[in-house]
Ligand binder design. Structure first.
Ligand SMILES: *Cc1c(COP(=O)(O)O)cnc(C)c1O
Length: 490
């Protein structure tokens, strides 16, 4: 393809993408293809001779689109939303057009410098302390691919700091601290690095939030056994239920254990800090006071297209001390002189995508107020869902709604007559019924043994009508499942 052919194909691609967005609402949310569906449709080998590109674009529409789950659909309420804005799409296009691995400042000065500046924009947007700004020249922000990557970086740096302070430590004594509600990223980090992990139990009556006393007890117990806890991964907005650990209490306990790194995973909920009215309940002052590192994904609820995980550290040297490996071919004048950031020393890989362009485009286009409106709208939509649910005889909340997430379950009349297992069975049956539908998508979870359903709002296209429709479907299917379930028992 030459430049002029690209111009033509590019215009055609934008046209097709626009058509896709126009048709989105009429399309099913859930793809109905069976595993292996593509095998018979695409040859097992690349073509010997190049093909006409319009044919390739046709096949994308014919073969690939039907196999996609439509995360941008207004009736997508599964997992968490994923950001998709036209600004983000355009930024990806520009970034791709200058394909640039940007690992050192000198590998492309603009990539580093835009990231340095826009990560400060993001820190200010969320109300993070100036200690986390790149302009502090002590702390700083870096774009990682995912929250899992951010945790991996934090664990590697925490381990390095701990081993430097206590060189006699046996690796097998090191323990990562998390809770039973921590995202699987903690276990993944433990597996990848071959480290021990402890998942501290959290209580239903504490709304699945870890309290200081529980952390203190675990630390005392493990320390007595000669174990070496070296990082605590706390969560602001858990994946299952949006639970928020008591960041202040944990911070106070960890003050007595200054060798323990305090990472805060706010992958989903962190972007809500953009709205001042949520800062207290999400523990912003405590994050600013205690956190060693903090992470939130702009690619979830934060309007930036996948992938964009924002990570901040209070002391950038903790990252570079662990991750700076500089062979001669990566040495540069600016790196040696310390006049520029070389982001390759702040993450696991070497090359990195030019992701800051996406944040820059989005924040300039929406402005702080547009960003806040988007977050507030998601919460408002979820509140509508909760209001509708409060009238229901079939559905009940399992825990308090969190921002734009509601966790509920189906209950039979006189629910007290049935065991938890029986009601769990009813909910599994309900979820199966919902999973057959392609006009709405939700997910299930298990909270301390209770099987429940998650309803996550936040897609930019979801309006009141979609919440009402979605609620209607859930309520009707719930009531029908209860009927079938009761009949099967008599
Ligand atoms: C989604 C989520 C993650 C995982 O995010 P990735 O970027 O896919 O690794 C981690 N923690 C929480 C609380 C999440 O909601």
């Amino acid at each position: 393809m030459d430049v002029e052919q690209f111009r033509k194909a590019g215009y055609a691609a934008i046209d097709r993408i626009c058509d896709y967005f126009y048709s989105l609402e009429k399309l099913p949310v859930v793809s109905k293809v069976e595993p292996g569906y593509l095998k018979g449709l695409i040859p097992a080998q690349a073509p010997e001779e190049g093909e006409d590109f319009s044919k390739v674009q046709d096949d994308y529409e014919k073969l690939i689109l039907p196999g996609l789950t439509r995360w941008q659909h207004p009736s997508f309420f599964a997992y968490f939303p994923t950001g998709c804005t036209f600004e983000g799409i355009l930024a990806d296009l520009y970034s791709s057009s200058v394909a640039n691995p940007g690992f050192n400042w000198s590998a492309s000065p603009a990539c580093t410098e835009l990231e340095v500046i826009t990560m400060d924009w993001a820190a200010k947007l969320l109300g993070l302390s100036p200690e986390f700004y790149n302009s502090s020249e002590v702390g700083g922000g870096v774009v990682q691919t995912s929250a899992s990557d951010s945790v991996l970086v934090a664990v590697v740096a925490a381990r390095s700091r701990y081993l430097t302070a206590h060189p006699e430590t046996k690796i097998e004594d090191l323990v990562i601290y998390s809770t039973t509600q921590t995202h699987s990223l903690a276990k993944k980090a433990a597996v990848v690095l071959g480290l021990g992990i402890r998942s501290i139990a959290v209580k239903t009556e504490e709304k699945f939030s870890l309290r200081g006393g529980e952390l203190r007890a675990a630390l005392e117990e493990d320390t007595k056994l000669g174990k070496k806890p070296f990082i605590m991964i706390a969560t602001v907005g858990s994946t299952s239920s949006g639970a928020v650990d008591n960041i202040g209490e944990l911070g106070e306990v960890l003050k007595e254990h200054p060798d323990v790194w305090y990472h805060i995973d706010a992958a989903w909920a962190g972007v809500a800090l953009a709205c001042p009215e949520y800062r207290e309940s999400l523990y912003l002052p405590e994050i600013n006071e205690y956190a060693t590192s903090f992470c939130t994904n702009f690619h979830k609820w934060g309007l930036v297209n996948f992938d964009f995980s924002a990570m901040w550290v209070r002391d950038r040297k903790l990252l570079t001390a662990a991750l700076d490996v500089t062979p001669l071919y990566l040495r540069t004048k600016q790196g040696d002189e310390g006049t520029a950031i070389d982001y390759r020393n702040w993450h696991l890989g070497l090359g990195r995508k030019f992701r800051s362009l996406k944040l820059w485009f989005v924040l300039r286009s929406y402005g702080v107020s547009g960003f806040q409106n988007h977050i507030r709208k998601g919460i408002e939509m979820n509140n509508l869902f909760v209001n509708l649910l409060s009238e229901s005889k079939t559905l009940e909340l399992v825990t308090e709604p969190s921002l734009a997430l509601t966790v509920f379950r189906v209950v039979p009349p006189s629910a007290e007559k049935y065991t938890l297992e029986e009601i769990n069975g009813l909910n599994s049956q309900f979820f199966k019924t919902m999973s057959v539908r392609d006009d709405i998508m939700i997910t299930q979870t298990n909270l301390n043994g209770v099987i429940c359903i998650r309803f996550a709002v936040g897609s930019a296209r979801t309006e009141e009508v979609h919440i009402r429709q979605g609620y209607g479907v859930i309520e009707r299917e719930g009531a029908a499942t209860v009927d079938t379930w009761l009949r099967a028992r008599t």
